[in-house]
Design a protein around this ligand. Structure first.
Ligand SMILES: [Fe+2]
Ligand SMILES: [Fe+2]
Length: 220
């Protein structure tokens, strides 16, 4: 059975992630490099573990998390579909049909407007991906440039972004610390409201509520 460590060694996957980051950087997007892939994979595994998934489901969540954005070098607007199909082309002999379908569904579902959950791994990937907000995702580090772009401003101002799972209360909470000297909190919602709606949907599919704490202020 293929593990995340083996997927991480696949030269095509690594190249697709590298090319996707390059193509998004050229279009002015935030960082989508190996760092984002690794963070989403690790966060997906942690959430899956804390919720009580089997070891194999944790591994599938981490693999889907690692590969979720690798289709961006083919198309930004359809990257989720391309990513799923690329995964199939590379690994169709290495996973069971069911595992392949689960991972492909998780990748293709993560950025859809008509997001519709039918497997738990897909929900985990959305939670792991949509909560990766951090200063190091800002590609252009020049302060003047950062201030010009709202995504850069919000990412740059985010000092802490972590997920807390409360299994008894069935609550998944995103905890953020935002430097309000750099951006007003309203700017976070201006660009990330859709992400929070996705997280809420994903949490609901897992039987959880989704909460947000920004600078110690609870929004549940
Ligand atoms: Fe994406
Ligand atoms: Fe992503």
């Amino acid at each position: 059975m293929i593990s995340l460590n083996q997927v991480k060694k696949n030269l095509q996957i690594l190249e697709f992630i590298k090319q996707s980051d390059k193509s998004l950087a050229a279009a002015g997007y935030t960082e989508h490099s190996l760092s984002h892939a690794k963070i989403v994979a690790a966060r997906a595994r942690t959430i899956a573990h804390e919720i009580g998934f089997s070891k194999r489901e944790q591994e599938l969540s981490a693999i889907a998390g690692f590969c979720h954005d690798m289709g961006n070098f083919l198309s930004r607007s359809h990257h989720h579909y391309f990513g799923a199909l690329l995964f199939h082309q590379i690994f169709n002999q290495n996973f069971t049909s069911e595992e392949l379908a689960i991972i492909m569904n998780a990748i293709s579902n993560h950025d859809k407007d008509e997001m519709n959950f039918s497997n738990r791994v897909a929900a985990i990937v959305v939670l792991a991906d949509k909560t990766d907000v951090r200063r190091s995702r800002v590609v252009n580090k020049k302060t003047k440039k950062i201030k010009e772009d709202i995504h850069d401003r919000v990412n740059f101002a985010t000092k802490i972004s972590r997920i807390r799972i409360n299994k008894e209360k069935k609550l998944i909470t995103l905890i953020l610390k935002i430097d309000t000297g750099f951006v007003p909190i309203i700017e976070y919602f201006e660009i990330f409201t859709d992400r929070m709606v996705y997280c809420r949907k994903a949490a609901k599919f897992l039987g959880y509520k989704f909460g947000l704490i920004i600078n110690n202020f609870k929004l549940l």
